[in-house]
Design a protein. Sequence first.
Length: 186
Amino acid sequence: MFTSITHTMNKSGASRHAMLTLSLLVLLSVLALPAQASSVTSSWQSWPAVGDATLKWGPWVIYDSELRSPSGRYLSQDHDLALVIKYRRNIDKDDLIDATDDQWQHLGISKAKRDKWLRTLSQIWPDVKKGDRLIYVLQNDQGRFYRDNRQIGVVQDREMSQSFLHIWLSPKTSYPQIRQQLIGMR
């Protein structure tokens, strides 16, 4: 009888130990998520600049931009990159969306894809004020948008993520001089 009670207690103790271990693992996993997100958020900030450029339209300066990469060199659009744009003017979200549509159309992207992607951007992008920074980080085939240093949206569509950077980095860009400056080929 005594061995039967001890055996039951050992089973109960083992179950309790397994439950505590599982609970601890779940708790540690949950606590690690913000740290992982934070490391993605902050990693691009320490990347060196590849190049920088200023977009002017007539006499107006629209924005200053900077391309960053982990190595400080532009290897291709398929590698981790961060595009930092600091606006020198107030621009409505709708104007940003229209300009993006124009650029994607120039690059030959189908209307169906553009419409889908623009709907995504319209849910992410804010109106920008003079001095605001919009940052686009492509890391591990996933795009993330930040306003200043706060994440405002994620793009899981790999093709959209790449196509957004193509606006500035494609050899077919509307702004070849800006491309050259951003990729460090002044």
